[in-house]
Design a protein around this ligand. Structure first.
Ligand code: PBG
Length: 330
């Protein structure tokens, strides 16, 4: 076949003609075991509490947490990430490393109930536990004290591993956090516990609904003195990733996902370690809100976003839709 000027006309459409052809040439797939479900567990409630800005997501009781974990595992979801919401908060986030703190209690329950049939990942940060809502302990000036925070993170890592976390995931963006946590875990006999580092985490408005879910909006200021500036190119993210790998990270994360696919692709190209991407609360809320208005095809948009995140290079995706999508894929 030739075109107007006598050249052969390329026909990429040939491979799109039938569903079977399209399926045959597909090379980007979302698999249930690539998905990680973030879960919130709240201390002192006797029924799951809906999160207004995240329809379909709840703050769990211990019992509803276990039930939802079973559902996720049965659907083939690859892992669970746990966030605790304590009943009481203080300046140093004491509940975060208390053996009787909500996350440790929940980890012990999950380890006993779903145990090795999944990967239990604990988010490792202070913002859910501090009364001021920042991700670290504060200097008198109100700035986060980086190195005093590292000592807290080290203690939290050991508490979480002791309670049964298979993987710890530091999300506070303190300098040196991976190295401090690695040393603490090794020193306590947890040298086999991997670190999934939130390496490239941006100071993002897409976390808005999460702060309702985890009750952790900062009381003053914001997180831009420790989280990355969205207005910087991927090079800074690559530097954060390289530092985390040098300090002992076993896997790295980019967060949020959809607005940072360029960063994700750059990180993918820069490392052979597993790369995770976090489809965050605001990404979830936008789709749910538009779908509730009948403005988009909800299921197709969910699949398309997850496919895009995989296409950009993520091996694993943290998504609040993990169980639903895994069920649909089975
Ligand atoms: C910090 C943390 C946050 C999220 C995950 N870990 C909030 C923040 O940095 O403000 C956000 C996740 C989401 O928006 O879904 N512990």
């Amino acid at each position: 076949m030739t075109g107007p000027a006598g050249f052969p006309v390329a026909r990429p459409r040939r491979l799109r003609r039938t569903p079977a052809l399209r399926r045959l040439v597909t090379d980007v797939r979302v698999h249930p075991s690539d998905l990680i479900l973030p879960m919130f567990v709240k201390e002192g409630i006797d029924a799951p509490a809906p999160i207004g800005s995240m329809p379909g997501v709840v703050q769990h009781t211990l019992d509803s947490l276990v039930k939802a974990a079973y559902e996720a595992v049965t659907a083939g979801v690859g892992g669970l990430v746990l966030f605790g919401v304590p009943a009481a908060k203080d300046a140093r986030g004491s509940a975060a490393d208390d053996p009787d703190g909500i996350v440790q209690v929940a980890l012990r329950r999950l380890a006993a109930e779903v145990g090795d049939s999944t990967v239990l990942i604990s988010d490792l940060c202070l913002d859910e536990y501090t009364d001021h809502g920042h991700c670290g302990v504060l200097l008198p000036s109100g700035d986060v004290d980086n190195d005093a925070t590292l000592a807290r993170y080290a203690s939290i890592a050991v508490a979480q591993a002791t309670a049964g976390a298979h993987v710890v995931a530091p999300s506070g963006m303190m300098d040196g956090q991976v190295g401090a946590i690695r040393a603490a875990l090794d020193g306590a006999g947890f040298d086999a516990v991997p670190i999934l580092a939130y390496s490239a985490k941006y100071s993002s408005a897409f976390y808005g609904p999460f702060r309702e879910a985890a009750e952790c909006a900062p009381r003053f200021g914001d997180r831009s003195a420790y989280q990355q500036d969205p207005a910087r190119s991927a090079g800074e993210a690559l530097r954060e990733v390289a530092l985390d790998i040098a300090e002992g990270a076993d896997a790295v994360m980019v967060k949020p996902a959809l607005a940072y696919l360029d960063v994700l692709a750059a990180v993918r190209a820069a490392t052979d370690l597993p790369v995770a991407a976090y489809q965050v609360s605001g990404e979830y809320a936008m789709v749910e809100a538009a779908a509730a208005n009948g403005w988009i095809d909800r299921d197709r948009v969910i699949t398309e976003t997850l496919t895009a995140i995989r296409r950009a290079g993520a091996d694993m995706i943290l998504t609040y839709w993990a169980t639903e999508v895994a069920q649909r894929l089975r």
